[in-house]
Ligand binder design. Structure first.
Ligand code: ZN
Length: 291
């Protein structure tokens, strides 16, 4: 029996495995107590002298060898063993439920709109007491920290949103102005512009190459310019904001937010970008005073 450990509850006597009186009794008590609904972590409070680690206890509870066979005597009756397996299944389900209860996107009106500006993943919400906190869904992957973006309270996001709506009401030109800027700031166009600039400065370049870049820039601009949808959304947003111009913003208008906000992007440095449906970006910084 080299290397093979004898299961807890047994002992080896003259080359034969037999039940150990003391630990065998312990195994019996672990199964019985657990089948009565006591969770693994609480078994110690109910079984005198139980000093096993909870992972060890979990292993014991699913060890089929306790049912016995020709090589090893039975310690646990089949009925009890099966009752315990049933209880383990239920317990796993309960834990699964607790987990899905933790993340509930649907409870927030902008649930599927919040994105991580650092890794691009969705943000998830969980409850901490009565506070709802949003966190990058890739913060922990298989127990490892993979994204260090900030956690943000739902209340803070709502405050910033209210601020954005107020701002748009006061300066509706932002809806249009930011659109142009966001297009001008497009990184792909900027990269091509840099290439053109470098080529022009390099003295000797092939005209064809320069023309190719100029064509590339033009087609990118065309691609990003109006296919109709930008103008459509711009007008729609302007209209919605105009309609509510004289309404006092006290609490968030769900319909309005849903109609005008495409995404909310959270950054580690505290910036929160509100991307409107027309591509315009209104940026706010968390922690700035709300006027
Ligand atoms: Zn992230």
């Amino acid at each position: 029996m080299s290397g093979k450990r004898i299961p807890y509850g047994y002992q080896l006597k003259d080359g034969i495995i037999e039940a150990d009186e003391e630990t065998g009794q312990m195994v019996q008590e672990i199964f019985e107590t657990y089948s009565r609904g006591i969770p693994v972590a609480r078994l110690k409070d109910h079984i005198q002298g139980l000093k096993l680690h909870r992972t060890k206890i979990s292993d014991i509870l699913r060890d089929i060898r306790y049912l016995g066979d020709e090589n090893i005597p039975k310690i646990i009756e089949k009925d009890l063993f099966e009752a315990v397996q049933q209880r383990r299944k239920e317990r796993l389900k309960e834990i699964g439920k607790e987990k899905s209860y933790l993340y509930h996107k649907d409870t927030f009106m902008l649930g599927d709109k919040i994105k991580c500006g650092e890794c691009g993943s969705d943000y998830h919400c969980y409850k901490h007491g009565s506070t709802q906190i949003w966190d990058c869904s890739r913060r922990l992957v298989k127990g490892r920290v993979t994204c260090r973006n900030q956690r943000i309270q739902e209340e803070q996001i709502i405050n910033l949103l209210t601020k954005v709506i107020k701002k748009l009401k006061k300066q509706p030109a932002l809806i249009r102005k930011v659109t142009i800027e966001s297009r001008k700031n497009n990184s792909r166009i900027k990269a091509v512009e840099r290439e053109i600039e470098m080529m022009k400065n390099s003295q000797n370049y092939a005209v064809d190459d320069l023309l190719r870049l100029i064509y590339k820039k033009a087609s990118l601009q065309y691609e990003l310019s109006d296919d109709g949808s930008v103008e459509y959304y711009t007008k729609k947003i302007e209209k919605l904001i105009q309609q509510r111009k004289n309404e006092e913003t006290t609490e968030p208008d769900t319909d309005l937010l849903d109609a005008i906000i495409k995404n909310i992007v959270i950054y580690q440095d505290g910036r929160v970008q509100f991307i409107l449906k027309n591509g315009a970006i209104v940026e706010e910084k968390e922690g700035e005073r709300y006027e």
